[in-house]
Design a protein around this ligand. Structure first.
Ligand code: OAD
Length: 245
């Protein structure tokens, strides 16, 4: 991994910023299902039934049950070495680091990542459908639960297909526009607009690295593709990088 770390270091320089995008693959070794791998969540459920505003309007109990099940499971799993390696990278880079995750689990948070943007929402939050206020929520959300501010009903604080991800107005574009290096970790790159972030960095001359079990198509943007389990490759890469920084 020394060669790979040297390439990243060369692109980063003394003052360059690094943005990381993670997907379900980084949490796979913790025991959370990915979406599109064989046996993944979208093999077991139809997106149209559980992950769209239309699904929630048609059958809110089914949608609540899907996220209640995932929220309950989250309490049984732990961050892995991949999450922890990203905490170390943040310690090394400080304000030069941003972590954007598509994951709605809290494993980055629990590992200790702080410069963290949950672009697709968070399982441990619920949001009022009327006033939009999001609050911490660790247990099941039921159709009887009401917003403390306005008595509206509560829904999972999750970005469904057809809804706009969070942090797109400022934080994510700013991080991508100012980054010399971009890591795409454990994501199939199938979901817009997360799958455009690497190309935004690339368009400004940035160096894009993919860390995945296997190479994705990646729209040809990746300068370096590291294959293997993120929980194994990331700690090695970041330890080598630490020796250079
Ligand atoms: P996917 O399930 O589409 O892709 C997971 C990726 O992780 C695949 O490319 C795998 O090869 C890779 N992978 C699996 N295990 C890995 C491991 N141990 N180490 C490294 N890579 C591994 O999941 P996402 O790309 O995250 O959105 O999916 C994006 C979005 O689609 C999700 O945020 C979710 C989903 O629908 C919403 O719910 C809005």
């Amino acid at each position: 991994m020394k060669n790979e770390a040297e390439k990243v270091f060369e692109a980063l320089g003394d003052s360059g910023r690094l943005t990381v995008l993670t997907g379900a693959g980084i949490s796979a070794e913790s025991g959370i299902s990915t979406f599109r791998d064989s046996g993944g969540l979208w093999d077991q459920y139809e997106i149209e039934d559980v992950a769209t505003p239309e699904a929630y309007a048609a059958n809110p109990s089914l949608v609540q049950d899907f996220y209640n099940m995932r929220r309950a499971h989250l309490g049984t799993v732990q961050p892995n070495a991949g999450h922890r390696a990203l905490v170390r990278l943040e310690e090394l880079l400080g304000d030069r680091f941003t972590l954007i995750t598509q994951n709605v689990d809290d494993l980055h948070d629990r590992a200790g990542s702080r410069r963290l943007l949950h672009m697709h929402g968070e399982l441990y939050k619920a949001r009022c459908v009327d006033c939009g206020v999001a609050v911490e929520w660790r247990t099941d959300i039921s159709l009887d639960d009401r917003c403390e501010s306005c008595s509206g009903s509560m829904r999972p604080h999750i970005v469904w297909f057809g809804e706009l991800p969070f942090y797109l107005e400022r934080e994510i574009p700013e991080a991508c526009a100012s980054s010399a290096v971009f890591f795409s970790i454990g994501t199939s790159g199938m979901v817009y607009p997360a799958n455009t972030l690497a190309s935004q960095v690339k368009a400004r001359g940035g160096f894009c690295v993919e860390i995945n079990l296997e190479k994705t198509a990646g729209q040809g943007v990746f300068d370096l593709q590291i294959e293997g389990q993120a929980g194994e490759t990331l700690p090695l890469l970041i330890a080598e990088l630490e020796a250079l920084l």
